[in-house]
Design a protein around this ligand. Structure first.
Ligand SMILES: Nc1ncnc2c1ncn2[C@@H]1O[C@H](COP(=O)(O)OP(=O)(O)OP(=O)(O)O)[C@@H](O)[C@H]1O
Ligand SMILES: [Mg+2]
Length: 488
């Protein structure tokens, strides 16, 4: 039931109770007034008749006095007038209609008033005034009037009270319904709409209110809350955008640093094919070779140039700045390609790189370029930490893992990328800091300290996390966990 209807009902009940109370009080007051009017009229009538009755009774006798009474009765038809005998031995027709025990004071010459509400069912008011026609007084004038008309008064008052109640109820129902609609229901339904939209994330709705009541206070508070929420959402959005931009810049800077390092390895890698190309080209230019051999040398030149072009394109591809774009890819070729980029540097340091397993496809939803950067950073670190002759092993697989405790998630099905080396390992005091941006133990110009923090950020953007196990002098193992999307 709406508040307006509850108000209407409460008001109606109050109106009905008030009108009923009023009716009861009004009926009582009206009856009391009528009774006192009758009493006054009866007393004045009896007192007006008394001297005449006494004189006539004393001079002309009882029959004449009774005639006078009868004449008065005929003139004043609205009351019943009798001359009654107070003598207990008098016949019943001449006796007072009220029980003689209630007429005691009349013996001492006083008036007696008796209101007998049970008399003949409708009730009657009797007034007795003694008349001294002998000693002691043995006669009284009895003036009486029936109370039958009172029930009419009662029902008239009740009827008018009922009509008033109906009128008040109808009017108050109309007024409270209209007021309830205008003052409560409509503004409240506006507030409800606003609250629902806020719950759905729409902060644009505003409640218009020109009044000055509690609901409009709530409405203006809700509007203010929406304004503040919208501002803070805008703020948050711009902060997130700025953060994303800074992250992208950082990742690109790290990528360029990696490209620089890879280019150094590449320069060394290009040396051999360039020498081959130069030697074969010189032979062709000399023109001393038979046509078949010339074609053979030219083919070797083409192969070597294609290899060099491929290497340079890979590097340039990686250097390009791109937005995060996740897609369902086979991780195996992606990782193999990334590892092959580090291969020139690894070979320079006589460190060999292994990727296993090398045949089974392993599909995963990632941004290929970003994941390449993660693998490059991990493998590069492993190569840099490894002494010559060692092996850096990259293992791919699937498994179930529990995310870090602060993550709050339970065990998840994941794709796992593990990079293991048998290098210097990480000192226990450095271990908690290695994912911090710009933390490096390498010399100036050798490391920026961005590699691991960038890799960590990328993995986190993919909904995953990284783990590290390292023992100084024994080597380190970095594990990347990438949860399956939609599978627990
Ligand atoms: N496989 C590893 N073995 C030993 N120490 C490592 C290994 N990987 C990382 N570290 C330590 O963690 C630090 C931070 O690594 P990170 O890749 O963030 O920066 P960096 O390698 O020093 O510099 P950058 O990668 O930016 O050139 C390194 O300086 C190194 O001390
Ligand atoms: Mg590094």
């Amino acid at each position: 039931m709406t508040i307006a209807r509850k108000f209407t009902l409460a008001l109606l009940s109050c109106a009905v109770v008030a009108v009923t109370l009023y009716a009861v009080v009004a009926v009582r007051a009206e009856l009391r007034r009528k009774e006192s009017d009758i009493l006054e009229y009866e007393a004045s009538t009896a007192h007006a008749l008394r001297p005449a009755i006494r004189d006539v009774w004393l001079h002309d006798g009882e029959p004449r006095a009774l005639e006078v009474i009868q004449e008065a009765q005929q003139r004043l038809g609205n009351v019943d007038i009798r001359c009654v005998s107070l003598d207990p031995g008098a016949p019943a027709a001449k006796r007072p209609r009220v029980d003689s025990s209630r007429l005691g004071p009349i013996e001492t010459g006083q008036d007696v008033v008796v209101i007998d509400r049970a008399y003949q069912g409708s009730g009657r008011i009797f007034t007795y005034v003694p008349v001294r026609v002998g000693t002691p007084a043995s006669v009284a004038i009895e003036v009486s009037k029936s109370l039958a008309g009172h029930s009419g008064v009662r029902s008239a008052v009740v009827r008018s009270a009922a009509l008033t109640a109906i009128a008040v109820a109808t009017l108050s129902a109309l007024v409270t319904t209209l007021l309830g609609l205008a003052l409560i229901e409509r503004p409240l339904s506006d507030l409800v709409t606003q609250a629902r939209l806020v719950g759905e994330g729409d902060l644009s709705y505003r409640v218009a209110s020109r009044r000055r009541d509690e609901i409009s206070v709530v409405a203006s508070e809700m509007n203010r809350m929406c304004d503040r929420l919208r501002d803070s959402r805008e703020n948050e959005r711009s902060q997130t955008e700025a953060k994303m931009q800074a992250l992208a810049q950082l990742r690109h800077a790290d990528r360029l640093a990696t490209v620089g390092r890879l280019a150094a390895g590449l320069a060394h890698e290009l040396g051999t094919p360039l020498n081959v190309v130069l030697a074969r080209a010189k032979q062709v230019v000399a023109g001393t070779l038979p046509p078949d051999e010339t074609r053979d040398k030219a083919r070797i030149i083409v192969e070597q140039v294609e290899r060099m072009t491929r290497l340079i394109r890979q590097l340039l591809d990686f250097a390009r700045k791109r937005d995060l774009q996740s897609t369902d890819v086979d991780l195996r070729p992606l990782i193999t390609r990334a590892v092959s980029l580090v291969d020139p540097i690894a070979r320079k340091q006589s460190v060999s790189l292994q990727v296993s397993p090398d045949a089974t496809p392993l599909r995963c939803c990632v941004d290929p370029e970003q994941m390449t950067q993660v693998v490059l950073n991990l493998v590069m670190n492993a190569v840099q930490a490894s002494p010559s002759g060692e092996v850096v092993a990259v293992t791919l697989g699937r498994g179930r893992a529990v995310p870090p405790s602060e993550d709050g998630r339970s065990e998840l099905a994941c794709t796992r990328i593990e990079v293991r080396d048998h290098g210097s390992g990480i000192a226990p005091e450095a271990l908690p800091r290695i994912f911090e941006p710009f933390f490096t133990t390498k010399g100036v110009g050798e490391g920026t300290g961005l590699g691991l923090s960038v890799a960590y950020g990328i993995v986190k953007d993919h909904g995953g996390w990284m783990e590290v196990a390292s023992h100084p002098g024994e080597g380190s193992t970095f594990t990347v966990w990438l949860p399956d999307r939609g599978r627990a």
